[in-house]
Ligand binder design. Structure first.
Ligand code: FES
Length: 571
């Protein structure tokens, strides 16, 4: 069987001596030129805990690849730290980075005809970016997740990245000393690894393991564990098998695999960002996945895991009781997962889980089915005159299922932060943050800083937040994001004024402002689109190409694939 069917196009063609000369100049031997080439892409970079160790892991992957008689060729692409960019204008580049990662991996591996791919990734956008590229290229591939950071500690208090934002809210309200505030900052992130709760990175890692594109248990292994290094070394053997089986991402990324992933995201109480990213990955794999598919899973699957942000535990705690495979096995035994689907091990999900024990009463991280955290899913799609194409709510149940109150409107995150500092936000209000969508932001920034500050100020369960931007996986409270169409496109949010009465209902799944159709029509006629928020560079390219949130904010949506018709309940 020919394993180097792509690279041989130029390594074995007598008429392409320059290609071979360059490879020999780069240190390859004549024997190497006859081996399959594996592109090993790392999003490693200094200056972020999630990414700082990834180049080291990529070195281990290369070692494991070489041991299998394959040639590993490392290259890098970018990453953007959501933790660092949150709360500043740099956040506009975060979601954009997903497309840059996807495009750059596609360009690099596509141009150099690598026969297989391993992507070594860490932070939120790294994973969907890499997955999109691997799905587009459709060559034997797998993803290696860099793993979670250890939990921090200060004065007996367990810390993670969200603790810092909540401490800021307490500082603003005089509930914490400067010394304790600094103590939290200096101890929240004690080493390499992605944010440790069930925030976006761990949500995506667990989803991708369930999709079958990373090896079993890999999503819950801590970044600094010896098992993470071993996983990297083993990657070569998995890739060799994938090459021998000619097993490619689109053989694995089936519609049923996405349904499995949605079940695991729901059970674990994962991030709303999963909606955007899984729709985008599915698009790259040729699978039509919509917001309604998330709602269908939420209607039948409970939240069971007591994980942060709204719960108690971190991913490292899940790792100690068997990791994601133990959760999968529990769900498989309850008939919630399809075990017949192929994975990067060359075996089915059920075969991978054959020797895994389900979780029982010996632990309290995963609740039993008869005592769930929430009887249905926390990710709910809300439609109404404020979101005719949908919005995404994260409803843990702790904050209630219905909220109504007068709007207080902010036209940017900066305006909102100012409003928090000036104590403008009062209990009972619906906080509207608009013009922060995919185009209006641009880049659909996350609202972690304001939401955490509101929590820290003790208003978390007393106000609701709605936005055409995103919420971090670390956000909790009554929050609704991804409002579509976004305000910049003249969606309902653009028409709201201070004091308008807004009703949010997670039992009826509606999001409405109490205004007559006539009033809305008048306001729409008077509305003017704001000027372009940027006039050059990658953000302008993004504004020109990005799809709406209901299509995953992808930048390669063909016109004929735009099916964002208004939801039946609003048309
Ligand atoms: Fe990288 Fe949170 S900032 S995972």
């Amino acid at each position: 069987m020919i394993l180097n069917k792509y690279s041989r196009i130029y390594t074995q063609d007598d008429g392409l001596p320059a290609s071979q000369a360059m490879l020999i100049g780069a240190g390859l031997s004549d024997a190497d030129l006859r081996k399959p080439f594996v592109g090993i892409c790392s999003t490693g970079f200094e200056g972020n805990t999630c990414n700082m160790h990834l180049n080291g892991l990529a070195d281990e992957v290369k070692r494991g690849v070489a041991a299998q008689g394959l040639v590993g060729l490392r290259f890098n692409t970018i990453g953007v730290s959501d933790g660092i960019t949150n709360g500043n204008p740099g956040m506009r580049y975060s979601l954009v980075s997903r497309e840059i990662i996807a495009d750059s991996i596609e360009a690099m591996a596509g141009a150099h005809y690598y026969d297989a791919l391993a992507t070594v990734v860490g932070c939120d956008k790294n994973m969907p970016g890499a997955m999109i590229a691997m799905a587009r290229l459709n060559r034997p591939s797998l993803m290696v997740y860099g793993g979670s950071i250890r939990g921090g500690e200060f004065k007996g208090q367990q810390l993670n990245i969200v603790s810092c934002f909540e401490a800021y809210g307490k500082k603003v309200n005089g509930q914490i000393s400067e010394e304790d505030y600094q103590g939290i900052i200096h101890n929240a992130c004690p080493g390499p690894g992605a944010c440790g709760g069930m925030y976006t990175a761990n949500t995506l890692a667990a989803a991708i393991e369930t999709l079958g594109m990373s090896v079993p248990a890999s999503s819950s292994l801590p970044a600094e564990s010896p098992a993470k290094v071993q996983e990297c070394l083993d990657t070569g053997a998995y890739l060799r098998r994938l090459l021998e089986l000619d097993l490619k991402p689109r053989d694995i990324l089936t519609r049923e695999a996405f349904e499995n992933a949605l079940v695991v995201v729901t059970v674990l109480g994962g991030s709303t960002n999963a909606v955007l990213h899984l729709i985008a990955i599915a698009h790259a794999a040729g699978v039509h996945l919509t917001m309604d598919d998330f709602q269908a899973v939420s209607n039948r699957v409970p939240v069971l895991a007591d994980l942060k942000p709204s719960g108690k535990y971190l991913m490292e705690d899940l790792s100690k009781i068997g990791g994601v495979p133990a959760v999968q096995r529990t769900l498989l035994d309850h008939g919630l997962l399809n075990g017949d689907l192929m994975t990067v091990t060359g075996r089915t999900l059920a075969e991978n889980l054959a020797d895994v024990q389900p979780l029982g009463a010996e632990q309290d991280l995963l609740r039993p089915f008869d005592n769930p955290i929430k009887a249905d899913g926390h990710i709910q799609m809300l439609y109404g005159n404020l979101a005719t194409k949908g919005s995404v709510a994260k409803i843990s149940g702790k904050e209630g299922l219905r909220f109504e109150g007068p709007a207080i409107v902010f036209n940017s995150e900066e305006e909102l932060n100012q409003g928090i500092t000036e104590h403008k936000i009062k209990a009972g209000q619906v906080v509207v943050i608009r013009y922060v969508g995919p185009k209006g932001g641009p880049g659909m920034p996350e609202m972690l800083k304001p939401t955490s500050a509101i929590m820290g100020a003790g208003l978390g369960d007393k106000v609701a937040l709605i936005t055409d931007g995103r919420f971090s996986g670390g956000t909790h409270g009554f929050v609704i994001g991804h409002v579509c169409p976004e305000a910049y496109d003249g969606g309902g949010l653009a028409l709201v004024q201070d004091g308008d009465w807004i009703i949010l209902d997670a039992t009826e799944n509606t999001i409405n402002v109490q205004l007559s159709d006539d009033e809305l029509t008048q306001r729409r006629a008077a509305w003017r689109r704001p000027p372009l928020p940027v006039r050059q560079g990658v953000l302008l390219k993004y504004i020109r190409t990005v799809s709406d949130a209901s299509h995953g904010c992808i930048t390669d949506l063909l016109e004929e694939d735009q099916t964002g018709a208004p939801h039946p309940s609003t048309s």
